[in-house]
Design a protein around this ligand. Structure first.
Ligand SMILES: O=C[C@H](O)[C@H](O)[C@H](O)COP(=O)(O)O
Length: 161
């Protein structure tokens, strides 16, 4: 699996640890930065670049996921979700990691590096990577509605006001 990472100063140390951990599991890691600690850096471009790379890989038929993280994961999730084709879920427990795949087919997760121990986060990430999308019709239908809205501003059969 190719895994794209994006963070900010709040997640930089975490990112280094995560790169070692994931590489040790045989994953191909692409780091979208930052490359050095700057307490005034801004997460949007790092996370958007990671998310865009996930979409590019998907379009090329390459199996890829993204992980974005900062102090809370909130801004990082928001940034990733600005990219068309991204379904970024905020993961804060094993259950939300599994549901992000089972129900939402999330292709990016956001994690708050200041909210968890690294050991805890390893569990979330393992669960995210190993859990498949359920494929159940109701979940596929909802994901398709989001994609339709993203592309057209409408959802067939539903009123958007
Ligand atoms: O949602 C945003 C992230 O949690 C950022 O990592 C956080 O806001 C950075 O905070 P500060 O600039 O105070 O280190």
């Amino acid at each position: 699996m190719r895994i794209h990472l994006g963070t900010d100063h709040a997640g930089l140390e975490f990112s280094t640890d995560l790169q070692h951990y994931l590489a040790g599991q045989g994953h191909e890691i692409v780091d979208h930065g930052p490359t050095e600690y700057d307490p005034l850096d801004d997460y949007p471009s790092f996370c958007i670049n990671a998310a865009r790379a996930v979409v590019r890989d998907e379009q090329a038929g390459v199996a890829a996921l993204g992980i974005v993280f900062g102090g809370s994961g909130n801004g990082e999730q928001i940034a990733a979700n600005k990219v068309h084709g991204i379904r970024a879920a905020l993961v804060w427990s094993l259950a939300t990691a599994e549901l992000a795949r089972e129900h939402n087919a999330a292709n990016v997760i956001a994690i708050g590096a200041r909210q968890h121990s690294f050991d805890e986060v390893k569990g979330f990430i393992d669960a995210f990577i190993m859990t498949p999308f359920s494929g159940e019709e109701r979940h596929a239908r909802r994901i398709a509605q989001l994609a339709e809205y993203e592309q057209t501003g409408a959802i067939s059969g539903h009123e958007i006001v």
